[in-house]
Design a protein around this ligand. Structure first.
Ligand SMILES: *[C@@H]1O[C@H](CO)[C@@H](O)[C@H](O)[C@H]1NC(C)=O
Ligand SMILES: *[C@@H]1O[C@H](CO)[C@@H](O)[C@H](O)[C@H]1NC(C)=O
Ligand SMILES: *[C@@H]1O[C@H](CO)[C@@H](O)[C@H](O)[C@H]1NC(C)=O
Ligand SMILES: *[C@@H]1O[C@H](CO)[C@@H](O)[C@H](O)[C@H]1NC(C)=O
Ligand SMILES: *[C@@H]1O[C@H](CO)[C@@H](O)[C@H](O)[C@H]1NC(C)=O
Length: 431
């Protein structure tokens, strides 16, 4: 079957990572996990019409309760993030941001305490420009005050958006906010939307510089609850993986945007696809959905321990697309293993982008660079199917639904053959 693209250099590239330094604040050593309001609730501020679906303190308290009580916190989702539209339209007479008094009557510090008492971190949103994307006061010329305000409110994570500002100021302003956050002395994870505003000017994006100042950053369009959106993000990341992979790791994460699992328009299959690809990328897992009414089949995907374990692997390597046909993308991610003297473990993802037809896929481990001579124990995460011991030359086969994905874990079995000495012997034209 034609259209297949495979590079024999691929597997060797796995080792060329972690060369750039990360922001030195010791934070976000594994991809951030939590819940954020934007893609589920946007800028809904009419709490009369939408009493349980507007941006107010009750919404964030409700989600805090759901994280704490429904297994999410235990699974690793430990932050609740406010997005745009939380503040009043004017700063106070000292130039300090004020939360909307009608919708956040208790104030942000009290909301932080509510979260912290339940073991949940508090994330907030601002914008480097003169105004936020929603038209609320931005941080431009107020960076120091705002950093101090957030620290005083016990904020743990700041998402700094990039609307309403000259793009050429970004390499000045984003680092400046980073310095101001640092000076407060409070550990605050710093998420920068910086490169997302440079999508059309890729020559201006320096991920080594961005990774020096930011713990995580958005680099492409906002997600929405549609397959088209998920697919467009995956396609963008696939095409830019040579830039992304070497600049991704502990403390510095490319953020493909929120998980939309559980929202209207997103099927179980699409949910499996998004969770699989976000996990194989070691991407932040920040949900935006309504956890008060989410169906069990979606919750189970979000809470899958094996998928999260792949995502949170301590090496933090972003998986690579190593083969691509019209319908199928195949990704491989090296994982730390319990016996590194033997071999690494791996995750393998198979995405079926076809809109209507299930596809059968066969592959040989050795063609993906899994060459441990004693083989691997291979399991598929979503079906729970155990394939037993598979040798590098054995074929593994799976059927994947349209707009869905399979996710394998392969753990090396005992032996002491050194790895990564040989290139894969041949590309696998017979996918
Ligand atoms: C606070 O939010 C309400 C909507 O819930 C809005 O009507 C009001 O104008 C906002 N107040 C300020 C000062 O921005
Ligand atoms: C501030 O930066 C220094 C040096 O980069 C770092 O060691 C320290 O942990 C940072 N502190 C905070 C609160 O981010
Ligand atoms: C969702 O995202 C896709 C892909 O970017 C876009 O074409 C579509 O218009 C978006 N839908 C909405 C409702 O914004
Ligand atoms: C993978 O193949 C699909 C379908 O032909 C194509 O749209 C996409 O651009 C390809 N991705 C890469 C990274 O080549
Ligand atoms: C899906 O697969 C079918 C059957 O192989 C094929 O005819 C169709 O072109 C594929 N593409 C899409 C976009 O569904």
């Amino acid at each position: 079957m034609g259209g297949l693209q495979y590079s024999s250099a691929t597997v060797l590239l796995f080792l060329a990572l972690g060369l750039a330094t990360a922001l030195d604040n010791g934070l976000a050593r594994t991809p951030p996990m939590g819940w954020m309001s934007w893609t589920a609730f946007y800028c809904e501020i009419d709490c009369v019409k939408h009493p349980t679906g507007c941006i107010n303190e009750q919404l964030y308290k409700d989600m805090t309760d759901r994280l704490a009580e429904d297994g999410y916190l235990e699974a690793g989702y430990h932050s609740v993030h406010i997005d745009d539209c939380w503040s009043e339209m004017e700063r106070d007479s000292n130039g300090v941001l004020v939360a909307n008094k009608t919708r956040f009557p208790s104030g942000m510090k009290a909301l932080a305490k509510y979260m912290h008492d339940k073991g949940i971190n508090f994330g907030i949103y601002e914008d480097y420009g003169t105004k936020t994307c929603g038209g609320y006061p931005g941080s431009y010329q107020h960076l120091k005050t705002d950093a101090e305000t957030f620290a005083a409110w016990d904020v743990d994570y700041l998402k700094l958006d990039g609307c309403n500002i000259n793009l050429d100021l970004m390499p000045i302003g984003y680092p400046e906010m980073g310095r101001e956050l640092n000076k407060t002395g409070r550990p605050i994870i710093y998420s920068c939307s910086w490169p997302a505003y440079l999508v059309d000017q890729p020559q201006k994006v320096d991920y080594n510089l961005i990774g020096k100042w930011c713990n995580t950053w958005r680099n492409f369009d906002d997600i929405n609850s549609s397959w088209k959106s998920i697919q467009s993000i995956i396609n963008y990341y696939d095409h830019n993986q040579d830039k992304h992979i070497p600049t991704h790791g502990p403390g510095k994460w490319h953020d493909p945007d929120m998980l939309v699992i559980g929202n209207p328009g997103i099927t179980v299959d699409m949910s499996l696809a998004q969770m699989t690809i976000w996990c194989i990328w070691a991407a932040p897992l920040i949900m935006s959905n309504d956890l008060r009414i989410i169906g069990k089949e979606f919750r189970d995907i979000l809470l899958n321990k094996e998928a999260i374990r792949i995502n949170q692997d301590r090496m933090g390597i972003m998986g690579r697309l190593v083969a691509n046909t019209t319908d199928i993308g195949l990704y491989v991610k090296p994982l730390s293993s319990e016996s590194p003297e033997v071999s690494l473990s791996f995750a393998i993802a198979i995405l079926n982008r076809n809109l209507s037809t299930p596809k059968s896929v066969q592959f040989h481990l050795k063609h993906l660079g899994l060459t441990n001579q004693f083989g691997y124990r291979v399991r598929e995460i979503w079906s729970g199917k155990d394939y037993g011991r598979k040798m590098p030359h054995d074929e593994v086969e799976i059927r994947v639904n349209p707009t869905s994905a399979a996710l394998f874990r392969a753990d090396p079995l005992a032996g002491n053959e050194p790895r990564f000495e040989k290139k894969p012997e041949m590309p696998w034209w017979w996918l």
